[in-house]
Design a binder for this molecule. Sequence first.
Ligand code: PHE
Length: 371
Amino acid sequence: MENLDQQQAEALGAIAAAATPEAVEAIRVSALGKQGWVSALLKSLGGMSPDQRQSEGPKIQAVREAVTAALAARKATLESAVLEARLAAETVDLSLPAPEAPRGSVHPVSQVMDELAEIFADMGFAVASGPEIEDDWHNFTALNMPETHPARAMHDTFYFPDKDAEGRDMLLRTHTSPVQIRSMIAQGAPIRIIAPGRVYRSDSDATHTPMFHQIEGLVIDKGIHLGHLKWTLETFLKAFFERDDIVLRLRPSYFPFTEPSVEVDVGYTLINGPDGSRRRVVGGSGDAADGGWMEVLGSGMVNRKVIEFGGLDPDEWQGFAFGTGVDRLAMLKYGMDDLRAFFDGDVRWLGHYGFGALDVPTLSGGVGVRA
Ligand code: PHE
């Protein structure tokens, strides 16, 4: 008994003197741990006679409880002291100047590409890409433009001086359509992709820049027809311009890689701009009284030869494709009038037309963001 009291008193003294949570922990292990002296006392109960156990048991339990309680109390005290010290050391100086408002913004081209990806993802399209440095086989030949084809000349192509390892002419892709070929070869059918990206043509004025952005769309599946194309484009344009009164007009046209080919016009309405000028807004019947028609897309059913170049059997697989200018879509939706400003890198223009980095377009929240 003497011994027990003394052991307890010593332990409580050591606990009171412990200066850190780590020191308290060391005492806990030496007392209550597997090899600890309190644990040894508890184990010794097993070897006692029932009478002895009756008298010693409660005392040993009492020691265990006293030591446990002292350890917990000391630990709490030390930990709150540590916290107090941290709070005192890490105070915030409220007199410091506030950080500057964020300056960066998302470029309208990036914004519109994000909007397009969101809209088409909802229709089951994946995003594909291809190289900007292309060879003339992917950019022209496989798209049914053999070497002598007059459409090649119309593209104002930037060529590289050297050929590639396979002897093909190298160029900066003039459109995103080569991604059609690359997707068919890489993934076979069926396919549902969009391919946004940079394209290059030697051309420059208020509505043309040597580098601009296109988005390609390609669907390959069984039994695909022009009705699928029209529905897809109508659904896309309604979501993109956030208007239900989008009216399409499909005009027969010609592209070497689609047959039949259609150019897609959309009805626009003329409204008065803030400075009294007349501005075109997409939407409305296309009636001359309100506005008129404006071309927004090139498209058509994928030419059988293109499907063959893509390594697929055109008797088994059909599809439609479309392509349009991303920059132009941005100008139409957000009311910019000079394409060159897109690529000047003027922070004032970006400050005016840019988008907040956290305004991520979603179909539920609205794909269009009011800057
Ligand atoms: N590649 C064509 C262009 O640059 C657009 C287009 C794509 C037309 C797909 C039809 C089908 O003008």
